[in-house]
Design a binder for this molecule. Sequence first.
Ligand code: 13P
Ligand code: SF4
Length: 336
Amino acid sequence: MPEVAELAYTPAVAAATAPIYDRMKRVVPAIEWPFHAPLVHAINELKREHNAVILAHNYQTPEIFHGVADIVGDSLALAAKATQTDADVIVLAGVHFMAETAKLLNPAKTVLIPSRNAGCSLADSITAADVQLLREAHPGVPVVAYVNTSAEVKAEVDICCTSGNAVEVVESLGVDRVIFLPDEYLAKYVATQTKVEIIAWKGHCEVHERFTGAEIEDFRRRFDRLTVIAHPECPPDVLEAADFVGSTARMIDFVGSEKPPRVLMVTECSMSDNVAAASPETEFVRPCNLCPHMKTVTLSSILESLQTLEPRVEIPDALAARARRSVERMLAVKPK
Ligand code: 13P
Ligand code: SF4
């Protein structure tokens, strides 16, 4: 562990991190930077020392997303890009299922998850035994699992998907009916986009399930010319009230290409900060639902993880082989 003195905001640290702060100055107050900068500087040095990369999900805070991440994206992009890195060490600034996916795709690399508490209410909503019971109840019906699941669940299913490719994955199977788990609302959304019959599980994201259609209508009354974009983990009445529905990456692309004057991003609230940092032409109205799991990853926990090379993600070989097959099948599905 470095001495506290080593983490001081010295003139050298200030100079080295000034271009990094420039990327987030619209969303991180200048008064906060002296606290973040020494950590950012130390993390970036340790990355070089260990030949490490940091993959960060779009819900990470701006000082992580813009300050230390080498690759940022939605769950699909992080899984795909995890297969393309030459690094020896992957730090997954996100939640545990994302780090497991990175490990499945990189069994020989060291994969670190900086917080042991970075779970997910969706991943916790279903077990491998539940999948076996579903198969018994619906013999012969293929099972599609959102990547927000444990390696044990991935090992029991036919193919994975993310919110960025769920419709393509369901249709790639060429069948009339699929079991889709664990997110009930994503399953319902997919059912509106395809003729394939969807048998859903009852899992919910504890962040997105809190939004309501009435709340969206209230925002529309209070803010004129408001464009509402929502994540498909939201309940159906929220998605009906939205102008656009998509994964976190598609929401970001929408803001970049459409440049709406005022936008409400109906999702975890750090994402609005991250996009606002690079979108001066758009005003962001922020309904702030935080993911408590994502927020257990901090600059301090990333630094500690790189210093100790712990906590590591380990998956027994036989389990990993079965789970990997479901993730690799997903990555082989062509995007629309
Ligand atoms: P995507 O980044 O795939 O849209 O997923 C959102 C999410 O809730 C991840 O935890
Ligand atoms: Fe899980 Fe929801 Fe948090 Fe994403 S936002 S990690 S789905 S609890």
